[in-house]
Structure formats: C-alpha cells, structure tokens
Write a protein of this length. Structure first.
Length: 250
C-alpha cells in the first residue's frame, strides 16, 4: 500500500478537494483506495456520511478503543473506502500527546496494508499531532496551495516539519510535489510567485483552475470527477492523478 498525505497548514488551499479527487481518480484507475480523514472539521467525510450521526470514527483509533478495520466505511464510488473523522477528534489532541502519539496511524495502517493499493490522507490545516501522524505514516506528501503571497508565507514551516520527520522518524517520506490550485493563470502575481514555490518544492506540471464547479460538487456531495466529469477542473484532476502515478513509478 502506498500512503500519500495531502498537507498544508494553511486553510483554503484545496487539501480536501485534492484528497477527494485524487482518491476517486486512483479508484477509477482500478485501484483499491482508502481515503483517511484526520481533520476534525471532517469535510471529506461529510461528502459520504452524516458525520453528526457517526457512532465511531478515527477518533476511536487515536483513543485506541477500536481496530482500524472496524472503522472503515464503503462509499458510493467503486474501489473507494473511507476512514471518517468528526468533530470529536478535536478533543483527542491534548490526550494524544504521549510518546506513542506520532505512531498511532502508522501502526494501524500496517494491519491493513495488504487490503489497499493506496491510502490518501486528508490532513487538517495545522501542524498538529494528526498531521504529524499522517506524515509519519506516509511514503509521499502532496502540498496543494494557491499561487498567492499568503499561501507561501507558511511554506518554510511545513518544509521544516517534513524534513524533521524524515530525518528523525520516517526516512522514506518524499515530497511528491506542490499542486497549484485555484489558478488564475494570466496574472502577474501567479507568474511572480510560481518560481518562489519552486525554490521550496517540486511543482506538478498540472494545475487546477479556479471556477465554481468544485464548490457546486461539494454542495452536491460528490467529487468533481462525478459531478462534472467533462468539465475543465475534472479533466485537470484526472491529468494530475496520472502525473501522481507516473511520479511514484519514477
């Protein structure tokens, strides 16, 4: 099983949208995929479930009250399953700060590694114990961000966290690339900031255009690949999925 974290400590950069559509896109390529939500906001979980009615979630995993296999749900998409989150996860943060805390997710995923081709982890917009868990468990990390000034201000902190985890805990962790989202391709700002991003991370050739379809897909509780399969953003995400697969093969 290949494990990929979708991470950025800044909100509004497209993490959940990218995690959802990467997971669905990989499933469309005939892979068995597990989407893991480690964000207490539970936005990716809410596409598939009423998170307010969940009796158990990844919270029970972090509290070590339940095995991971018992927390996984099927989704509406063939080949894609979900390990959901809910707001209760936010209450785990303080109680998780012990010597075993960074390894909970990695150890749990080792129990089901033969069951899936990929696991995609939707991280919270912070460098919390849950993001650390995701990076410790992962082979790769993808960083969605906008080509804007405020989006690059926190890049150094994320880079330092990734390098620290790679040096101290998970030497296999690699940055697969930064994905530019909500792209306004003809602006001077975009052309100025893209080289700055490339100084920190490799950048995917594919980028995701700005537009209303993605927001509409969230309201309809579907991925963009389902909601508007022939639209520009869906085609961009499918191209991105192929670039991810090719990057891993290299």
């Amino acid at each position: 099983m290949i494990i990929i974290s979708v991470a950025n400590q800044k909100g509004g950069e497209g993490k959940t949208t990218t995690a959802l559509n990467l997971a669905h896109g990989l499933a469309l390529e005939n892979n068995k995929v597990l989407l893991i939500d480690v964000d207490p906001q539970a936005n990716s979980s809410g596409i598939f479930l009423d998170v307010n009615k969940l009796k158990s979630s990844i919270t029970e995993l972090f509290l070590q009250k339940e095995k991971i296999a018992n927390l996984i749900h099927k989704t509406k998409y063939t080949g894609l399953e979900l390990l959901p989150s809910n707001i209760a996860l936010a209450e785990v943060e303080l109680s998780s700060l012990n010597v075993e805390a960074p390894y909970v997710l990695r150890d749990a995923l080792s129990e089901i590694k033969q069951s899936y081709d990929f696991a995609i982890i939707d991280c919270p917009p912070s460098l919390s114990v849950f993001t650390v868990n995701a990076l410790v468990a992962s082979n790769y990390v993808i960083i969605p961000l906008q080509a804007e000034k405020f989006s690059i201000d926190g890049i150094k902190g994320l880079q330092n966290t990734i390098e620290s985890i790679k040096r101290r805990i998970n030497p296999e962790l690699q940055i697969l690339g930064a994905l530019i989202t909500q792209l306004k391709s003809n602006t001077i700002l975009t052309k100025t900031i893209l080289p700055v991003i490339q100084n920190y991370f490799p950048v995917f050739k594919t980028s995701i255009s700005t537009g209303v379809s993605i927001g509409e897909s969230h309201l309809s509780q579907r991925t963009i690949l389902d909601y508007n399969a022939n639209g520009k953003q869906a085609i961009e995400y499918l191209t991105f999925v192929k670039e991810v697969i090719d990057g891993i093969k290299k």
